[in-house]
Design a protein around this ligand. Structure first.
Ligand SMILES: *Cc1c(COP(=O)(O)O)cnc(C)c1O
Length: 425
């Protein structure tokens, strides 16, 4: 579709014509010793800092300084309802309704809270379906839940594996497992965008297949939120969790997001671990009332949240709202397509992109395999000014992020990769 060209002049013209070009200046780009910015392609691991974050955190420090406890009501952004300031924009980022989204805790914690409510194994139906190459934390979490309910992971955990000699999971294989074993599966819990391959699964289809067999369906959207069009509400998934420090640029260890579909908003039969922040806001400080859940996902909140971290999330989400999600997704496709084009132009037998070539089946990340390479390749690339991510034995993961990466970044990366590969034996 796009007539990409393999030269710097073209990359610069693309940047000039980019409707989001002004957004790069709203982020702090890490710089090398000589003051030149790195080519930062690690937004899938830790997103860069929006410049507005410092002032947002300082505002809360000032209000704490001036008001003490009264800041809960008198701070410029009162702390009492603070999480509500994030809900609408976070809901837009993930394609959900406000009643379905809350910012709270961190990802693995939220995953456990969701499984407490949505993994309800029985003798006949106690299995969890997950990818074989799921992020380790997700696997630890599901295995511990299985054990917590006194089932045996060797029997109750089904792991989806790519076919021998293949790297990506085939959708028909996922479908076959759900068709064959669906009646024994209590929960389908997949990473919606695989952290290693960058493969983005058809969440709506998987949800429909699962629901038809009576399974609960949840997704870990750590690599999807802020990166791909999740459209969570319309997928029909029961729950989803994600973090805000990868593509959502909210700072190391920052808060997670949680989605529970509207259809569960008023259910009283769902078991749940509860805390005071999930209780009816009108009577929360009555302290003696029986637990009266807030309708929707807010009922899963346990504690009053860390405002300093939330301030960073708030500032970051404002950048997303200013840019517009559609513009972000649109640029992402063109920018990642450009990187794919340049890597393919190298025409090197050793280099292979393992991420799906179909733009609908991936986000911004490309996982590039360099056969017979070792970590020295990655070190060479780093020395030449690229911040990326290395996965043993031979994969470089790079994520050109539409909010702050440029076409010139992508071009510079491709030149550096080419030069570094040519130094390999
Ligand atoms: C990044 C990531 C995590 C990390 O979990 P935390 O609780 O935020 O430390 C978990 N799962 C997936 C799929 C991830 O990509």
């Amino acid at each position: 579709m796009t007539n990409y060209q393999n030269n710097l002049q073209y990359a610069k013209e693309m940047d000039e014509a980019d409707p989001l070009k002004g957004f790069r200046a709203r982020f702090h780009l890490p710089v090398q010793k000589d003051g030149i910015p790195y080519v930062y392609l690690c937004g899938n691991s830790l997103g860069l800092q929006p410049k507005s974050v410092r002032a947002a955190i300082e505002q809360e420090l000032l209000d704490w300084e001036h008001y003490g406890v009264e800041g809960h009501f008198h701070a410029r952004n009162p702390w009492m309802p603070y999480h509500e300031f994030l809900t609408e924009s976070m809901a837009k980022v993930v394609g959900a309704k406000p009643i379905e989204v809350v910012v709270m805790n961190t990802l693995s914690v939220n995953l456990h809270l969701m499984m407490v409510s949505f993994y309800r194994p029985s003798e006949k139906r106690n299995k969890i379906l997950i990818e074989y190459d799921a992020f380790p934390s997700d696997k630890y979490a599901v295995i511990s839940q299985i054990k917590f309910h006194a089932y045996d992971p060797a029997e109750s955990l089904i792991e989806l594996k790519a076919r021998p000699g293949e790297t990506l999971l085939r959708e028909e294989d996922i479908e076959a497992v759900i068709q064959e074993q669906g009646e024994e599966i209590a929960l389908i819990m997949l990473g919606n965008t695989n952290y290693y391959t960058g493969q983005f699964f058809d969440m709506k289809k998987i949800t429909e297949l699962g629901h038809a067999k009576g399974c609960v369906v949840g997704f870990d959207c750590a690599h999807g939120a802020g990166n791909v069009n999740l459209d969570l509400h319309n997928t029909g998934a029961d729950f989803a969790v994600w973090c805000s420090y990868k593509y959502i640029n909210s700072g190391p260890g920052s808060l997670g997001g949680c989605f529970v579909h509207e259809r569960h908003a008023y259910r009283e039969d769902l078991p749940r671990f509860t805390g005071w922040w999930g209780h009816n806001k009108e009577t929360r400080f009555g302290m003696r009332d029986k637990f009266d859940p807030i309708p929707g996902v807010e009922a899963w909140q346990l504690s009053n949240p860390p405002i300093l971290s939330m301030a960073a999330v708030k500032a970051s989400l404002e950048v997303f709202m200013d840019a517009g999600m559609d513009n972000i997704f649109k640029k992402s496709k063109i920018l990642t397509g450009y990187m794919e084009f340049l890597v393919n132009e190298m025409n090197n037998d050793r280099i292979r992109i393992i991420t799906p070539a179909d733009p609908q089946k991936r986000g911004s990340q490309l996982s590039i395999q360099v056969q017979n390479a070792d970590k020295s390749l990655f070190e060479e690339i780093s020395k030449r000014g690229v911040i990326a991510d290395w996965r043993e034995p031979d994969v470089i993961r790079v994520a050109p992020v539409p909010l702050y990466n440029s076409f010139e970044d992508v071009y510079r990366f491709s030149e550096i990769l080419k030069a570094s590969v040519s130094k390999l034996n």
